[in-house]
Design a protein around this ligand. Structure first.
Ligand code: PLP
Length: 421
């Protein structure tokens, strides 16, 4: 459920006409619905009612501080994967005691920053990372709270690029080697073992892989206990999928129920790191049609709709061949044609949709690229020296810019002409 609907043939975000935002902000822009963001966060949360748990929003899915702040105010924490995300989460007012740091490549500087902030837990992904964390914590005269990220070797049955829990993926420590690492960590002066973590992938549409991974992690926790190592936190990562097209992902409540069943009798605080399922369908990318054209001469005529948003703004179609529904901002029942919807970037891979049936589309029309609230703006770049899009947040009848459209000056920020011969 989201709050992007037609009223009198015009697309609204809650009670704001999308056209009004475009008139004031220009295109392209990301548009988020506060009611949808809150609703999705709440729906996820209530599934775990009565269980000791902490929901740490995965910052990489949608990292604008205005949005992080909403989740923070609702009691949420943050799952971060870089020093930059730590900085954002702190600026957004997230309690550092609710921040989890994941990722395979943490630098010394990033470790220092996170230790200094006093985050809840580092999810350590390799033996060398553990050694480095011990060193850095010793230098600061503090102790790092850690979990190891276990790689359970479970197939999440999702796109290969966002599968993370298979033995062949770069993530985590194999179950078989993890015990040895916990024993090593136990003897380290500046390391405190507090948890076990696991995250097997993104856009999962089935519950079974989650359960399979959880069972393996549970078995592992039992092994730890035999060695006298107890853990306070069980971090199950994120990964619950959403509907882009015809997927049938589990409802967050069914996901929660499956976990609840598996966890009966366990004493840990559960940590969850949802990203996509919270923000994915709470944001759209609004773009204006620049040109339409028909290329003849091939096997069949090919229609193109050229828009002012591109793969630098929303990279998912190019990167994963991902499907995003695209609808006109002014509802139309005109004749439908098969078109490619493409951006202005000089790459054939710069498309938002291929061979898509769309009602007759004309220069100047606004289109909404749906389900763009996760891995949309946060993956955007300046490729082709395109200033990044504005981000706008709606609440009921009001809207506010939460990130200005970049200007040309921003593109050159930090860039210098050379003084060398
Ligand atoms: C990306 C990521 C998440 C969030 O994944 P979603 O599929 O967006 O829920 C959670 N935890 C970790 C460690 C991640 O890398």
């Amino acid at each position: 459920m989201h709050h992007f609907t037609y009223k009198n043939k015009m697309l609204y975000c809650e009670n704001v006409p999308v056209q009004d935002v475009a008139d004031q902000v220009g295109t392209p822009f990301y548009l988020y619905s506060t009611a949808t963001l809150k609703r999705h966060f709440q729906a996820f949360e209530t599934g775990f009612d009565g269980m000791d748990h902490l929901t740490c929003f995965a910052v990489k899915a949608c990292s604008n501080i205005a949005i992080l702040n909403i989740f923070g105010q609702m009691g949420g924490g943050a799952d971060i994967v870089s020093g930059g995300e730590l900085f954002r989460a702190m600026k957004a007012g997230i309690d550092p005691r609710k921040i989890i740091y994941s990722g395979v490549g943490k630098t010394r500087a990033e470790m220092r920053e996170a230790l200094y902030a006093g985050i809840l837990m580092f999810n350590v992904e390799s033996p060398q990372e553990l050694d480095r964390l011990q060193e850095v914590a010793a230098e600061l005269g503090t102790r790092a709270q850690v979990a190891f990220r276990i790689n359970p070797d479970v197939d999440p049955k999702t796109h290969a690029y966002i599968s993370t829990g298979l033995a062949e993926n770069k993530f985590g420590v194999p179950v078989d080697e993890a015990l040895q690492e916990y024993l090593r960590a136990r003897d380290m002066e500046n390391i405190e073992i507090v948890g076990v973590s696991c995250h097997i992938g993104s856009q999962l549409t089935q519950i079974a892989p989650f359960v399979e991974a959880l069972r393996k992690v549970k078995g592992f926790i039992a092994n730890l206990e035999q060695e006298g190592i107890g853990v306070k936190y069980l971090d199950l990562g994120g990964g619950v999928g959403i509907i882009y097209n015809d997927e049938e992902p589990p409802h967050p409540h069914d996901y929660a129920a499956a976990i609840r069943d598996e966890l009966t009798g366990m004493e840990c605080t559960l940590i969850l790191e949802p990203g996509r399922v919270i923000t994915g369908n709470a944001g759209i990318l609004v773009t204006e049609v620049q040109y339409t054209k028909v290329n003849t001469g091939g096997e069949k005529d090919k229609r193109f709709v050229i828009i002012d948003a591109a793969m630098n703004d929303l990279t998912r179609p190019s990167l994963y061949g991902a499907y995003h529904e695209i609808i006109p901002v002014r509802e139309s029942d005109e004749t439908r044609h098969q078109v490619d919807i493409v951006g202005p970037i000089c790459e054939t891979g710069d498309f938002m949709a291929r061979d898509r049936m769309m009602p007759e589309t004309r220069q100047g029309d606004l289109l909404a690229i749906m389900s763009s609230g996760a891995y949309g703006f946060s993956m955007s770049s300046n490729y082709n020296s395109r200033p990044r899009a504005a981000e706008v947040l709606v609440s009921d009848e009001c809207f506010q810019i939460i990130r200005y459209r970049e200007e040309y000056e921003t593109l050159l920020h930090g860039e210098l002409l050379s003084v060398l011969d």
